[in-house]
Ligand binder design. Structure first.
Ligand SMILES: CCCCCCCCCCCCCCCCCCCCCC(=O)SCCNC(=O)CCNC(=O)[C@H](O)C(C)(C)COP(=O)(O)OP(=O)(O)OC[C@H]1O[C@@H](n2cnc3c(N)ncnc32)[C@H](O)[C@@H]1OP(=O)(O)O
Ligand SMILES: Cc1cc2nc3c(=O)[nH]c(=O)nc-3n(C[C@H](O)[C@H](O)[C@H](O)COP(=O)(O)OP(=O)(O)OC[C@H]3O[C@@H](n4cnc5c(N)ncnc54)[C@H](O)[C@@H]3O)c2cc1C
Length: 668
């Protein structure tokens, strides 16, 4: 019998009653309007309510059981979404790469890469005819696929990939091989047993001359029997730290033949006579990664808001220690240090979600440009998607752990679901470009931009601030306004960029090659990149709160957003104070006033913390947390989950009879 009360925990109810805004108003803003919020809720209602609950307890299952359950759940979801016939997600992205659906599959989704990455890859890299043939088959699931780029020996350094595709003039085919153990494809999501096709990036050879990287649609399993095709060695790579149901796989190819027309040929082509037509821009092969990096920002910001919701609701329900002796124990959310753990992470999730919206607009413009043969936005797009992917994933990984600590011992329970979120987010720091490697890419872009700024050339919009900041070595007058806080961060970034540039040049002058100098300047390049990203995120947040709004907001909601912005700006400037002080000598009194503002902003957020999290509007089934459900009946849920533990099924487990008792007896 369920112990769960039908009522909401009174402390949580009190929070909702006394807040300055209604959660609904925040939810409408957060989801970009009433219509979009409705799409999300309809989708959740349609897909979540009759899903099998057991998958949420997947830590109790074996690797194989998790995979089986994940496949079955995916099919249920897919059928329901097909019934709905919705095409766009609430944030304007395609319905398939949807963060709502992501949350519905807590052990991971063996066809996430198929839905989220491969379909877009075929759209970007394939011709319209190829999309008709392969893309549509993926959309309808008559074909299932994986994106098989990474090899056992190379993930980061794509130019080092060893898989080769040789053109056979006689048969009009490509012959694919992974000639060494290190060239085995390793890691692709869904490749183990789920996919019957792969997109394989491989080096293209014509008459034994390498033409560079191209992408090939390679059937790996029989369309009828699903058995591996001749020459294909495929399987699951074994348990990962997280991503339990994702079916990450390995793949070896030995003389596997595919028709020439299975090479994705939007940007480069091989004709029947073997003529090779080069892509107008070689890095277009990398553009699918740009797309996924954008989606990761949205996904991970959502995961941070999930963890923040769990920890904040729990902190409103949990009582521990009085603040004033002789008074009752307070809700732990009233301890100021607890607020410092919770609220900055709420603000971070908002900041990155807003940054995603801007990033995605740039992605859509850049994609349109590419279709029309215009490539000038690519470097900026690449740099921005890299830095936001890095900052959002690393901030979230650290933030989720802080939120876990904020839940004390119970945060460590598997049933809090924070551990699972942490492991998912941890993977995102590595996949789709390891974070340090991506920071170095951004550092490289900053060096180029700085050189252009020194030459008085026009810079790309997201680095345009460097131009002024280069001239303005410090702030003339410090008022401490949000605009000043942003400006000081920008000047600190320009300074960091400047000294990094100087050090790079000094190394070049001393005779180091460009590559050696870049390697030796790596630490500063990554630091400059991080600061640059922070400036973008801060500017976006500031613009949202103070700029002209497309949809009018109530003064109360504006105040709440202003409180969160204040917390974000002050926390950020304090975090990077060591860089700020290099360009502006803030006085002791000015620094103290920032500390006071930090404390005040926490207090300002406090009354609305629960409704802000309610406004993130996470369905209980997505959170699936004993600590974070809407009704706040924490202790009853923890108790119920303990009772469900498989070990408690019998009062005395078999192993006690067979081992522990005999051992105890032997020691009598
Ligand atoms: C029914 C329910 C349905 C539910 C559906 C539910 C669906 C739910 C879905 C939910 C949502 C989905 C969430 C995701 C989930 C994902 C899961 C996990 C996926 C993980 C997938 C992967 O993990 S897949 C492998 C990714 N693997 C990398 O990520 C390798 C990194 N490695 C590099 O990326 C390059 O290797 C590296 C370092 C740049 C050097 O490359 P390199 O050495 O060749 O190049 P250089 O450094 O020399 O650079 C030469 C010049 O190229 C420029 N440039 C470089 N890249 C450029 C680029 N991309 N665009 C433009 N320009 C670029 C550069 O800026 C230079 O420009 P310049 O010369 O002007 O300075
Ligand atoms: C959960 C998960 C899912 C994945 N899914 C897919 C998928 O679907 N398809 C796919 O193709 N791949 C997939 N991958 C692979 C993933 O893309 C790679 O692991 C990732 O790109 C990192 O590459 P790597 O493993 O070679 O790391 P490495 O590059 O070997 O990194 C190891 C260390 O070396 C450092 N390093 C490497 N190069 C440099 C450099 N140039 N400068 C400075 N430091 C450097 C890194 O910073 C890091 O500290 C997945 C990985 C994971 C973990």
């Amino acid at each position: 019998m369920s112990l769960l009360p039908k009522t909401v925990n009174p402390d949580l109810q009190k929070e909702r009653d006394n807040a300055s805004i209604k959660a609904e108003e925040f939810a409408v803003w957060w989801h970009g309007g009433k219509d979009r919020l409705k799409i999300k809720r309809d989708l959740e209602l349609h897909i979540l309510d009759d899903l099998d609950e057991d998958i949420y307890r997947f830590p109790n299952l074996s690797h194989e059981e998790i995979y089986n359950a994940a496949i079955k759940d995916f099919i249920k979801l897919a059928k329901k979404i097909q019934e709905l016939k919705v095409e766009r997600n609430y944030d304007g992205t395609d319905i398939w790469p949807s963060s709502v659906l992501w949350g519905a599959m807590p052990a991971g989704n063996p066809l996430a890469v198929h839905c989220g990455m491969v379909i877009e890859c075929i759209r970007i890299q394939g011709t319209d005819e190829q999309f008709e043939k392969f893309g549509k088959a993926c959309q309808s699931f008559s074909m299932t696929s994986a994106y098989a780029q990474t090899e056992l020996g190379h993930g980061t350094f794509i130019r080092g990939l060893e898989t080769r595709a040789d053109f056979d003039h006689h048969t009009d085919e490509f012959v694919l091989n992974t000639p060494t153990i290190s060239s085995y494809k390793w890691w692709p999501g869904g490749m183990g047993q789920s996919a019957n096709h792969c997109i394989v990036p491989a080096n293209l050879y014509i008459d034994n001359v390498c033409k560079g990287l191209a992408m090939f649609v390679v059937p790996i399993r029989d369309m009828e029997t699903h058995a591996p095709l001749p020459g294909v060695d495929v399987g699951d790579i074994g348990k990962r730290m997280g991503f339990a149901g994702v079916n990450n796989g390995y793949l070896g190819l030995k003389n596997v033949r595919i028709p020439r027309t299975n090479m994705l040929m939007r940007h480069s082509q091989v004709h029947r006579d073997g003529t090779f037509v080069q892509s107008p821009v070689s890095v277009l092969t990398y553009f699918t990664m740009v797309y996924i990096r954008c989606l990761i920002v949205r996904n991970v910001a959502t995961q941070l808001s999930m963890a923040a919701t769990i920890a904040t609701r729990y902190s409103a329900v949990r009582r521990q220690s009085p603040i004033n002796p002789n008074e009752p124990e307070v809700q732990i959310i009233d301890h100021l240090t607890q607020q410092k753990k919770l609220f900055p992470e709420m603000a971070n999730s908002i900041a990155y979600k807003l940054a995603f919206t801007k990033l995605y607009q740039l992605y859509e413009t850049t994609s349109q440009d590419i279709k029309h043969g215009e490539f000038s936005r690519l470097p900026e797009m690449h740099s921005l998607s890299c830095i936001l992917k890095v900052l959002c994933t690393s901030t979230t990984m650290a933030g989720v752990d802080i939120l876990r600590l904020a839940c004390g011992g119970h945060g460590y329970l598997s049933s809090s679901n924070i551990g699972n979120i942490y492991l998912d987010v941890g993977a995102s720091c590595t996949y789709e470009g390891e974070n340090t490697v991506l920071l170095l890419q951004v550092g490289r872009f900053l060096m180029k931009s700085y050189r252009s700024a020194l030459a008085g050339k026009k810079l790309a919009p997201t680095v345009a601030y460097l131009q002024n900041a280069v001239k303005e070595k410090s702030l003339c007058h410090w008022t401490g306004s949000w605009e000043d806080l942003l400006k000081i961060l920008q000047i600190a970034t320009a300074h960091k960029t400047h000294i990094t540039y100087e050090n790079l040049m000094a190394r070049l002058k001393a005779g180091q090659t460009e590559a050696e100098a870049a390697n030796n300047t790596g630490i500063e390049l990554t630091q400059a990149a991080e600061l640059h990203g922070i400036c973008f995120v801060a500017a976006t947040f500031l613009e949202e709160v103070t700029g002209p709004h497309s949809k009018p907001r109530s003064p109360a909601l504006n105040k709440v957003l202003g409180n969160l912005l204040e917390l974000f700006m002050i926390s950020t400037v304090l975090k990077y104070m060591h860089e700020v002080l290099r360009v502006h000598k803030l006085s002791e009194a000015e620094i103290r006033s920032l500390q006071t503002r930090l404390e005040d902003s926490l207090k300002a957020v406090r009354p609305d913390a629960v409704v802000i999290c309610d406004g993130f509007d996470h369905h209980d089934r997505n959170l699936f947390s004993t600590l974070g459900s809407y009704d706040g009946n924490v202790y009853e849920r923890i108790f119920e989950e303990a009772k469900r533990c498989p070990l408690n099924k019998q009062p005395v487990p078999e192993v006690i009879h067979t081992h522990l008792k005999p051992f105890m007896k032997s020691n009598l």
